[in-house]
Structures are given as C-alpha cells and as structure tokens.
Design a protein around this ligand. Structure first.
Ligand code: SF4
Length: 287
C-alpha cells in the first residue's frame, strides 16, 4: 500500500504476465443490461457488502434500517492514519519545493499531533512507516534536474488515496472511495486489517465494476493488501487478484441480495457466526 515508483514498475511487469479473460456482459460499462442493471434505485456501499462480518446479509440490511454503534477502531485508525499521512506528505512537498527527506521527517513528526484516531499508537506506527518510505523516495528523486513541485510529488507518491468513484449506474453509492488507486497501471488497491477473507476480494470487483461503468476503461486486476502492526512494526502483505467473471458474478449476486432485503424489507436473520468486530452485536445479540 506504500507504493513507490519502483514498486509500480514491478507490479506492471507482474500484471502483464497474468492471464485473464473477462466476459463483455460483466464489464461495468454494460451497466444498462442484465446481469449488471440494478433492479432498484437503492444505492449500496461496497464496504457494507464485502466487509466479511456477516454471512447472512443482515449487516447490509441493518445499515439501512438502524444506526450502528461505531465502526471497528483498528480498521478506522489504520485507514485514517494511512490516508492522512500520504495526503500530508504530498502537501508538505507542494508547500516546500526545496524540501529533502530529513526535513520531511521533521515536519511529519509535528503533523502527527493533528491526527485524530481512536488508537494513537497504532496510528503512529502507520504514520512513521509512510514517512520513512516517502522521505527515502524524496531523497532519491530530488537529484533529477528541472523538477517542478507537481513532478516531484508525482514521482515520490505516484498514486492517490481515497480515490472517488461513482457507482450509481450499477446500484452502488455515488461517492465510493477506493483505498488507493494507481492511475499509471490502472490498479485499484484495497487495504484491510486482520487476516484474509474471500469477501475482501469481492470489494475489488465492486470498485472495478463502478470504475468501468463511470470511465469505460477496463480494470482487470486489483491489489488486496493486509496492513497490520505487529510489535510496533508495520507488516504489509499484498497480492494481485484477477477480477474475473466469477468474482464479478459473485459481487452482483451479493448486491442483488442486499437490494432485495432492503427494498422488500425482509430481514435476512442472524448470521451463523457473528464477527466480534460487527458494530451491530449489541442490536442483534444483546451484548
Ligand atoms: S451482529 Fe451478527 S447478525 Fe447482526 S449484523 Fe452483525 S454479524 Fe450480522
């Protein structure tokens, strides 16, 4: 998730060698035909559908019917620290054209105190890791001649965080935000904490379909990253995922099941096993 220019070059080579065959009817730009055409005007969030917390589909239903207590603190801290660190690094380079890695480190140390997260120690580990990666990149890139600030930023931090995409043509919210987007490839990256869940791959399918429906540009692969902090150290474990037919179909079925439950007001009932991270635990289970 802490992409540098050399990471992106390597990813580009790997992506080229990965076979994929995606049916035309499952491309986002075919949103006006079945199976993509949504049967309702309700708009869903990708993360509500694919967070992997609830196997009965009740989570999506409840999100539209009752107020959740609070989101998982670990996930929200990691996401906020990551997006804010990347954003601040870009801003500091724009504001200080002659900045080097050491100055960036100092300024980022001060900026950390403006970060509002539930778990500051966890947030600090992510923040410091991003600072260290991009300070080193800045020193590497600064030796190139005739760089405007815009060029410097695009070489040091060559991707976007919280990239907005409009999913309304395929029954998703108009203000979806991908965790990260690398426009050079193009590649959508989804950041998770904890361990692998199949549902997390479906999130990539949701964003790819939304992106294709909005821009009519194919997105064949996604990048699924687990970012955890273990004994104060950031461990970033990522894999490339082909967003093929089965993943796309599975996501559309999930979307349709969620839309039916909400529109017909049919509660899907309790999950077989409720995740401890689910914000509806007290509502559903009374604790
Ligand atoms: S508490 Fe259980 S049944 Fe209720 S939404 Fe969460 S996972 Fe689903």
């Amino acid at each position: 998730m802490f992409f540098t220019l050399s990471d992106i070059q390597l990813l580009s080579k790997k992506m080229k060698s990965m076979p994929r065959a995606i049916s035309e009817e499952l491309r986002g730009w075919n949103w006006h035909e079945p199976p993509l055409y949504p049967s309702s005007n309700t708009l869903l969030s990708v993360s509500d559908l694919t967070n992997g917390l609830c196997d009965s589909g009740r989570y999506v239903y409840l999100r539209h019917k009752v107020q959740a207590k609070s989101e998982a603190k670990v996930g929200s801290t990691v996401h906020e620290a990551y997006a804010s660190a990347v954003e601040n690094i870009k801003r500091l380079i724009y504001e200080n054209g002659d900045i080097d890695g050491s100055r960036l480190r100092t300024l980022m140390t001060d900026e950390f105190y403006n970060l509002k997260v539930d778990l500051p120690e966890l947030g600090k580990a992510i923040w410091d890791y991003a600072t260290s990666v991009y300070s080193a990149e800045l020193d590497k890139v600064r030796s190139k001649p005739f760089l405007r600030r815009e060029s410097l930023v695009s070489l040091v931090v060559p991707f976007h965080v919280e990239y907005p995409v409009d999913g309304s043509l395929i029954g998703l919210q108009s203000s979806l935000r991908m965790d990260a987007f690398i426009p050079l490839l193009p590649l959508i990256a989804e950041m998770k904490t904890g361990s692998y869940k199949r549902d997390h791959e479906l999130a990539l399918a949701g964003y790819a379909l939304a992106f294709e429906s909005q821009f009519e540009v194919p997105v064949d692969l996604g990048y699924l990253c687990y970012v955890n902090v273990i004994q104060g150290k950031v461990v970033d474990n990522c894999r490339l995922i082909v967003i093929g037919d089965s993943l796309r179909q599975e996501f559309i079925e999930l979307r349709d099941r969620g839309l039916r439950a909400i529109d017909d007001n049919v509660d899907p009932g309790l999950a077989k096993k409720c995740s401890n991270e689910c914000p509806f635990l007290s509502y559903c289970r009374g604790f």
